[in-house]
Write a protein that binds this ligand. Structure first.
Ligand code: ATP
Length: 628
């Protein structure tokens, strides 16, 4: 359909310099959001902000998407990989220079307040106004300047970054300095999760459509529609522009899966026994596939250009030049496609899969094809787009057929995931054993036909079950938790952290709920490494969105850590605890789920904090322990 209103392009907007959205609108909304932990209130504050930005900018999609990115502290979609990566010392230097304060003084105040944002605000308040009223900061200016910082590289870049920050700080008024500095640090700390932003956006789209008299069907689920398109095309600029141009009710029709734009991958639920699989699928046909133990690789071919994306939708094409080299051989030229694959380390001499630990020794940056020692084998397990058509809603049997008929397997480089269709317990058990002896983690069990077998982007679905041999006797799976606090070590380890407080992510309250303390099994080298990684994110202030019982002093960590790093841990079993908080709202007697004897396995670099095991999953796993 023809767009009802003409949404402005970025070029038109920059010509209309009178359309300004002040950054102070964001700072005010952030202050209000930070002051509450109530989800509905936060969603409303967020939607009010977006409505206000739309009104002020006269419905400019670019300014709204810039606002959204500033709210979630990002500079664009994950696959563009634009990151600030600023060290604290550089921000302190810029702050000192712009406010005429010594860095040592700033450091001292920072130690006391535990928040560089507050230090910045205090520094500005105490500064005498020398040049009259500064020009107001606007959202597009802040956003563009942050992008300039992220893009500047090379010899002179440090000073250039300091100058940009100084330029922005000079213009800051009231609480603007606080949030600007927190954005620069990469920790906004207002407890605003992307899920809330999406809900708020859907409300804004509805309000906007109503305001211009565009009709929306009575039973239309705006929230579901926005979440659905965003999981297929996780790019705010595209989603916002399309929603404003065509109306929320047309969003699904007008946004299509696009090669070159990574989608959020489908995920699986854990299962503990072959019996559970049979009762889950009943009469329905399912397939068992090897669960390869490597790194998820979403492979896109778009007009001859190849890309590999991670589980987190980061562009890994530079990291895997060897995968990019394989791709032209696997499909007919001129056909666009999206494949879901696992990349594993491969022993070329023995022609066999190597463990994940070998894969993790590969360089992560500046990988040159000629220097690669650990070789890769790609195993494709799904086809999501082929030759101009989205395959997401086609049954798995059909996706697999097209995959096997049109892609060429190359021994030692590219193949299809090994699979078997059977409903015989004995055969599944044998296939599981075989997968383990072939260096896999276990099996993935998937619905084959009917609507259950469609590909569900971003969902952890019961239509995909994972069966991991190693964990059959425990809780069925490893658990991925977020580091939210740390305890200083004792004896010769006093200069590093000796223990860590871990949390799960509560999907409905969007808070991090503590689960356990972990402190054994680390080598000195591990502890030094973790200290280097975590100390830049540590301070004395507990975040409002971290839930922990501090009533006994021994439980409170020495430092709180901004939720960012995800660790995979193994546990003997799950228990209930009066101290820990995971899933407390869903468990009678006011106790939370905790891990007994947690053991550190590995850092999950491919997961963000919101991708960690949820409190809801932990509660489910706790109760599942009692089922035979
Ligand atoms: P986990 O926490 O189990 O390590 P995850 O949380 O990243 O994994 P899950 O959905 O729980 O994701 O497990 C599926 C993962 O297993 C996928 O992300 C993918 O990387 C990997 N995998 C290996 N083989 C397959 C396969 N045949 N089908 C689907 N995924 C597979």
């Amino acid at each position: 359909p023809e767009p009802i209103i003409q949404v402005k392009s970025k070029e038109t907007l920059s010509a209309e310099s009178n359309v300004l959205v002040p950054y102070s609108k964001l700072a005010k909304a952030f202050t209000a959001i930070e002051a509450t932990t109530k989800r509905l209130e936060i969603t409303k504050l967020c939607a009010d902000l977006f409505n206000d930005v739309l009104n002020t900018s006269k419905a400019d999609p670019t300014v709204l998407s810039e606002t959204v990115y500033l709210c979630i502290n990002k500079l664009g979609p994950d696959y563009e990989g634009l990151e600030l990566g600023l060290g604290e010392s550089l921000i302190m230097k810029a702050l000192g220079e712009s406010c005429g304060r010594q860095v040592s003084e700033i450091k001292k105040q920072y130690t006391k307040l535990g928040d560089l944002g507050q230090v910045a605000m205090a520094s500005k308040q105490n500064q005498s106004v020398m040049f009259g009223k500064p020009k107001i900061l606007t959202v597009p200016v802040v956003f563009d300047k942050l992008k300039d910082i992220a893009k500047s590289t090379g010899k002179e870049s440090q000073q250039k970054k300091v100058n940009i920050i100084k330029g922005l700080l000079v213009q800051c008024q009231n609480e603007e300095a606080k949030y600007l500095v927190r954005s620069l640090e990469g920790k906004l700390r207002i407890g605003l999760a992307e899920k809330t932003v999406l809900i708020a956006l859907s409300q804004t789209f509805v309000d906007y459509d109503k305001s211009i008299g565009r009709s929306i069907p009575a039973d239309f689920d705006a929230e579901e529609s926005v979440k659905d398109v965003f999981s297929q095309v996780p790019n705010y600029e595209i989603v916002i522009r399309t929603a404003l141009e065509s109306g929320i009710a047309q969003l699904n029709k007008n946004i299509k899966l696009t090669p070159g734009v990574p989608l959020k991958p489908m995920l699986a639920k854990p299962t503990k026994s072959v019996g559970e699989i049979l009762s889950r699928f009943g009469e329905k046909q399912f397939t068992c596939e090897y669960k390869y133990d490597g790194e998820r690789a979403q492979v896109h071919c778009c007009q001859g250009k190849m890309h590999v994306y991670s589980r987190n939708m980061e562009d890994m094409s530079q990291r895997y030049p060897d995968i990019i080299e394989i791709l032209p051989k696997i499909a007919k030229p001129g056909i666009d496609y999206i494949l879901d694959c696992e990349a594993v380390a491969w022993d070329r001499e023995q022609q066999k899969i190597l463990p994940f630990q070998v894969l993790s020794t590969r360089k992560r940056k500046d990988v040159l094809s000629g220097e690669i020692k650990v070789r890769i084998h790609l195993f494709a397990f799904d086809l999501l787009y082929y030759n101009g058509e989205s395959f997401l809603t086609k049954p798995l049997s059909e996706r697999r057929r097209v995959l096997s008929e049109n892609f060429v397997q190359t021994p030692g480089q590219f193949g299809l995931a090994k699979s078997m269709v059977t409903a015989d317990t004995e055969e599944i058990q044998q296939f599981l054993d075989k997968s383990i002896s072939d260096s896999c983690e276990g099996l993935m069990i998937k619905a084959m036909d009917g609507p259950e077998s469609k590909y569900e982007p971003s969902k952890r679905s019961l239509n995909w079950l994972k069966l991991k041999k190693d964990y059959l006797d425990g809780v069925g799976d490893t658990i991925d938790l977020v580091v939210v606090g740390a305890y200083y070590g004792k004896g010769k380890r006093t200069n590093v952290y000796g223990g860590f407080l871990l949390a799960s992510y509560n999907q409905s309250s969007e808070e991090y709920e503590t689960v356990c303390k972990i402190g054994t099994g680390f080598s000195d080298a591990d502890l030094q490494n973790f200290y280097d990684l975590l100390s830049p994110l540590a301070d004395s202030r507990k975040r409002s969105y971290v839930v922990h019982d501090e009533s006994t002093t021994t439980n409170a960590p020495d430092v709180w850590i901004e939720p960012k790093h995800v660790w995979e841990v193994l546990t003997a079993d799950l228990s209930l605890s009066p101290v820990y908080q995971a899933g407390k709202a869903e468990i009678p007697a006011g106790k939370g789920v905790s891990l007994r004897f947690p053991r550190f396995m590995r850092i999950r670099e491919d997961k963000g904090p919101e991708d960690s095991t949820s409190s809801q999953q932990l509660v489910q796993m706790y109760y599942d322990q009692f089922q035979k």
